[in-house]
Design a binder for this molecule. Sequence first.
Ligand code: URA
Length: 279
Amino acid sequence: MTWSTHQQDMLREMGIRLWLPPPAVQRGPDGAPAANAPPAQKIQSVPTLSAQPNDLASAAFNRSLETALVGQASGVTADKPSLLTDQMDWDDLGAAVSSCRACGLCESRRQTVFGVGNRQARWMLIGEAPGEQEDREGEPFVGKAGQLLDNMLRAAKLTRSDAEPKQQVYIANVLKCRPPQNRNPLPEEVARCEPFLRRQVALVQPDLILAMGRFAVQSLLGSQEPIGRLRGRVHEYLGVPVVVTYHPAYLLRNPLDKSRSWEDLCLAHEVWARRKGMA
Ligand code: URA
């Protein structure tokens, strides 16, 4: 396979080391390498596609999520979102999130983390929940995982910065409050928070959603399948195409899977280009 310069830049930004064919060796008349020939390139392997991420807890999580969605008392369910939330504009939604006390996470949060970026963005990125730094700063993905995400965005010619509104994405999480000690979100917390995300998606009306990590993916798609099996296909949330990929924090721990997440970004770009072509 040959990589275009843009693809090579993209891989490099994500910290993926490329194997490139060695340049043709210049040879002298006797067939031996010429004295000024460049040294042979050290071979670095592209990761293989055999390993699967560890998605062990997913089935149990989703069974509990279904129960929570069906059983919660607030009248808010995945199928029947809160009528109130569904009517909200950005200001009302922001106020509702920051004053939300629908689950126990409100007791331990420093502040809610609503979302960031262009409210008319064409790409919407959805993660899991704020971590410690996000809880402190009030913005999604500002920690180490966020730095990797910014590199990935840059490689895909996207940004969270409002300096380039056309390339600017919108980033939000499934949960708006930090789970204590960054524990996994509970199904009931996801169910309580989901109407806020639904409304954000409805207000942004993106062309494409990139769902990052098991919790975001399985919550959005209502699926129990592991990410490894959901990748490489186009799904849908509220009528918006969804491409699934690994969470940046997972990629920090499993850098070999960065090549797969790059494939996911390529798929997202393809889907987006097709949508733009149709518009
Ligand atoms: N991980 C997430 O899923 N979201 C954040 O905002 C930070 C880390």
